[in-house]
Unconditional design. Structure first.
Length: 386
């Protein structure tokens, strides 16, 4: 690897900074893109009488977008829309389902909610199913609500195409946000948070994972980026090996720790040989993905070792060890995992070229290993009596 060439590239290239998208509650729930979930949320906010307190914000925003389209301008009867019902999964004449139907005796707004799926719905059936109650064609409009603009809407009957328009999710939510000023004063604080989170979810889905200029940067600098990636992977592998070596030197006979160490992208786990729910957790990724450029070394207990935390009060820790115990250990109620003791080492403190020796010394000097050994001995004896 030519380090000078790589350094020249890093010094001169304007590498795009990838800004992470804010995480939303729907993403946490693993449901950010489910069409039926989004339809239910839209139905809630379109309902003027619902407890969210936003009143007619959503329907007025939608009507504005309708009137700005060429087809919408011909729908004079839809300039106002009152006393309407909202139905999701509305059954059609041919057994289809309209995602969202807003309607009263005279008017109807058909909404087909598309996220990542192709538009292959029977729009003729949707139109004819809403027209059968005697509504005039000027009183009905179909909307394809999509993530990206749809160039062509297909129908079997050409005349029906003239009653469908395309609005993107982002266009609707941005219009809602633009009109929301006065509404926020009357809205419930709880649902104001929900609306902002829902809006962020729409924005996240509508924003490409990589911008065109970022893809172009990759195309122009592919070889240098691959070399930088290989160099970083080599550095990451070096850090892992140095940490493993530190524990091998600290406990060569494996009296306490198992040298079969588990690693993943962000953490490295060193398990007790006798009590696998006791471990060291090393947060080494902070050296490169955290502004502090630091590494955490944690004595951690999990699951069965947390059934009764009060038992650890019987361990005769020295005063200097006692001061290392996490303040919330005995009051925390989480049963899956908990930190017992922890130290943080910054890149300025760490000697990268002698990381294994630095870590071995710190584990002894900062008493993390003596705390670990006392926990391990105690758990082994305690469990042998059970």
């Amino acid at each position: 690897m030519n380090l000078k060439a790589l350094q020249d590239f890093l010094d001169t290239a304007e590498i795009p900074i990838i800004e992470p998208k804010p995480l939303t509650f729907l993403e946490i729930a693993k449901q950010p893109h489910y069409e039926n979930v989004l339809s239910n949320i839209y139905a809630f906010f379109f309902d003027i009488e619902q407890e969210h307190g936003f009143g007619d914000l959503f329907i007025n925003s939608l009507l504005q977008l309708i009137q700005e389209s060429e087809i919408g301008k011909q729908k004079q009867a839809l300039q106002s829309f009152n006393d309407f019902s909202i139905e999701t999964e509305y059954s059609t004449k041919k057994g289809g389902r309209i995602d969202l139907l807003l309607h009263n005796e005279q008017q109807a707004i058909i909404i087909e909610n598309k996220v990542y799926h192709f538009l292959n719905n029977d729009l003729d059936d949707y139109w004819e199913s809403t027209q059968e109650k005697g509504r005039h064609e000027t009183e009905i409009i179909g909307i394809i609500l999509s993530l990206e603009p749809i160039c062509r809407i297909k129908c079997r009957k050409p005349e029906i195409v003239l009653h469908f328009i395309n609005i993107t999710h982002q266009e609707l939510i941005q219009r809602v946000l633009r009109n929301s000023g006065a509404y926020f004063l009357k809205a419930s604080d709880k649902y104001a948070v929900y609306l902002k989170d829902f809006a962020q979810n729409i924005i996240n889905m509508s924003t490409p994972d990589m911008k065109p200029e970022e893809l172009q940067f990759y195309k122009e600098n592919r070889d240098q980026l691959v070399q930088a990636k290989k160099f970083f992977e080599r550095f990451e592998d070096y850090i892992n090996k140095q940490i493993i070596r530190a524990f091998e030197n600290l406990d060569p006979e494996q009296n306490y720790v198992n040298h079969s160490i588990r690693t993943n992208t962000n953490l490295l786990h060193v398990f007790s040989r006798r009590n696998p729910d006791l471990m060291f957790t090393i947060g080494h990724a902070g050296l490169w993905d955290n502004p502090s450029h630091s590494m955490n070394v944690i004595v951690e207990l999990q699951r069965g070792a947390l059934a009764d935390r009060s038992i650890y009060k019987a361990i005769p820790f020295e005063e200097y060890e006692d001061g290392k115990i996490a303040n919330n250990f005995y009051t925390e109620n989480v049963k899956s995992w908990c930190h017992f003791a922890k130290e943080n080492y910054t890149q300025e403190q760490i000697k990268l070229d002698k990381l294994s020796e630095f870590l071995r010394v710190k584990l002894e000097e900062d008493h993390l290993f003596s705390i670990f050994k006392k926990l391990d001995d105690f758990l082994t004896q305690y469990r042998s009596k059970s």
